[in-house]
Design a protein around this ligand. Sequence first.
Ligand SMILES: Nc1nc2c(ncn2[C@@H]2O[C@H](COP(=O)(O)OP(=O)(O)OP(=O)(O)O)[C@@H](O)[C@H]2O)c(=O)[nH]1
Ligand SMILES: [Mg+2]
Length: 204
Amino acid sequence: MSNPARQLAQQQSDSSTMTSAKIVVAGGFGAGKTTFVGSVSEIVPLTTEAMMTDASTGIDDLAATPDKQATTVAMDFGRVSLDEDLILYLFGTPGQQRFWFMWDDLVRGAIGAVVLADTRRLADSFAPVDFFEDRGLPYVVGLNTFDGVLRHEVDDVREALSVEPTVPIIRCDARDRESTKQSLITLVEYAMKQWVAMNESGHR
Ligand SMILES: Nc1nc2c(ncn2[C@@H]2O[C@H](COP(=O)(O)OP(=O)(O)OP(=O)(O)O)[C@@H](O)[C@H]2O)c(=O)[nH]1
Ligand SMILES: [Mg+2]
């Protein structure tokens, strides 16, 4: 487990301390990352979106999101207070594969990640899930139900993505503040539990 999670746990044990933590919102192209950060952020989110042009035709698949006009080229940034003691700084990744070289920098110091998945395009989530598995960073999978319908049962998604039974997979609506906030609460609780488990088993 990374040092940031340990720091968070230590700071939280002192109830008088205001604590902040970094969270990454990741996922495949057009999974709803910018929407997620924007819906939950208490500050006007910083976005780095560029208009999609004809140059992306044949490269970026817009079949599932025909209204999509812009794509993140660097990152999204937002902030949300989970309670009066805990502020989360949210970093949304770019989804297009040609910008993935930035992910390593974006996850530095994060306590965990929400991997957004569109159940209509589950294959786009394989690489993001692998990324966090490889780095041992706690993550939860957020199923962004675009049309309000979950195309696959959670257990089937878990199997398809080869995600361990302990990793939370939750339904969310990236446009809805309560839903995105709940996903973040699930992630923070899970990241803390992971750290405690690691610590107890003697791994640091
Ligand atoms: N109906 C519906 N549309 C959504 C939802 N989330 C995102 N969208 C739309 O889907 C498109 C893609 O959303 P973005 O938030 O830009 O996705 P992204 O993951 O940031 O995309 P990239 O940065 O290009 O990878 C946009 O047109 C959104 O308005 C959702 O939950 N339901
Ligand atoms: Mg984006």
